[in-house]
Ligand binder design. Structure first.
Ligand SMILES: *Cc1c(COP(=O)(O)O)cnc(C)c1O
Length: 361
């Protein structure tokens, strides 16, 4: 089999080593005579895997001890509602940065559940830029300040973080977690779907500072109350077992390669290859994104016409490059270059971008 070059935005590329390990172990996990996906989530084999996974999360991201870490189901999307249910009391207002599709959806859900102030709306720039973190002023009576660290569809990424003082900072890091070091202690909560940079779809990681749990109102249904999961060590109900297995293997792979700093170096090298191809193309490829906030995970660009966008995507597909069509809501092209994507695949697309532009210009 010749493996495709996988530029999908999510679910997305996984390390070959991880897929092979899953293949090897799927039928008989650790010589136990059954698969880990057939075993009880309360049994010894899963318990070890699960705690190894949480330990790796803590170690690789340097998560301080006073944070709870667990996995939920329902995707990152469920958190759009759970965050205001838990942290937006009726006498308070939360601040949202609307920077593209994902933070806009989060903001829409919060507005259904409480008072929201839109602290920044990228609409007038077609979501191509972010507020300057150095000049952000957060009202100190805010319930929390919410942002999406990397807009997977629009291809913009925060490069540093605003000072929020006493106001809890909450971030959706679905598509850039583990691509760079994160000062976790600046955040009251970080969460995201694992299917972009961390494993097979199914789990949503939640990292939450324990003092936040005291703010949760009573009366929430059990599953929707973060305290339930923190108290039960994330095992209140059946966790997404298969997905967590994959995350654990991906984290072992990240560790072997040198951790999040090594992932950051890889991301800088890989994304630069494509941005250089864009910048050198004399306008054949255009990045719609403010260059100060270019994403190192999702690189969005467009060609001179929608017809050329389509031709680019289909020619690339013939050469084994998948997932280059931009999201249906924005059009154009998008190359997602998550941690597991080999550098050779990025060199391959860079070369293809050059030759395609030369052919058509
Ligand atoms: C994919 C994505 C989501 C939605 O994740 P689901 O797991 O499909 O609910 C939310 N936020 C960001 C930044 C994403 O990339």
């Amino acid at each position: 089999m010749s493996r495709k070059k996988i530029f999908f935005a999510g679910p997305s590329v996984l390390p070959v080593e991880v897929l092979k390990e899953m293949q090897d172990q799927i039928f008989d996990y650790d010589n136990s005579g059954l698969s880990i996906i057939e075993a009880s989530h309360r049994g010894g084999a899963f318990d070890k895997l699960y705690h190894d996974c949480l330990d790796l999360m803590r170690e690789l991201l340097s998560i301080p001890d006073d944070y709870s870490v667990f996995f939920l189901g329902g995707g990152a999307t469920t958190q759009f509602a759970m965050i205001p249910m838990n942290f937006l009391p009726s006498n308070k207002t939360a601040d949202y940065v609307k920077s593209g599709s994902w933070s806009n959806k989060a903001c829409d859900d919060a507005q259904k559940l409480g008072n929201v102030r839109v602290s920044f709306d990228g609409k007038s720039s077609n979501y191509s830029t972010l507020p300057n973190p150095k000049t952000v002023i957060v009202p100190q009576d805010s319930a929390y300040y919410y942002l999406c660290s990397n807009e997977t569809i629009g291809g913009i990424e925060w490069q540093s973080w605003p000072e929020t003082g006493n106001v809890p900072l909450i971030a959706d890091m679905s598509s850039d977690i583990f691509s760079r070091p994160v000062p976790v202690e600046k955040f009251s909560m970080i969460y995201g779907g694992v299917q972009k940079n961390l494993g097979p779809a199914g789990a949503t990681f939640i990292i939450i500072r324990n003092d936040m749990l005291d703010r949760i109102p009573s009366g929430l249904p059990a599953y929707f109350d973060y305290r339930t999961h923190s108290k039960a060590d994330g095992l209140y109900n059946t966790p997404p077992v298969f997905s967590i297995w994959g995350v654990k293997l991906v984290l072992e792979w990240v560790k072997k390669l040198g951790g999040v700093s090594a992932m950051q170096e890889r991301a800088v090298v890989k994304s630069s290859l494509i941005y250089e191809a864009i910048d050198e193309s004399n306008g054949f490829y255009l990045s719609p994104v403010d260059s100060a906030y270019r994403s190192k995970m999702n690189i969005v660009f467009r060609l001179p016409t929608p017809e050329l966008d389509a031709e680019f995507v289909s020619e690339a597909q013939k050469l084994g490059m998948l997932g280059l069509k931009g999201h249906r809501s924005v059009g154009g092209c998008r190359a997602s270059v998550y941690n597991a994507l080999p550098k050779e695949d990025v060199v391959f697309i860079r070369d293809f971008m050059r030759s395609f532009a030369a052919d058509k210009s």
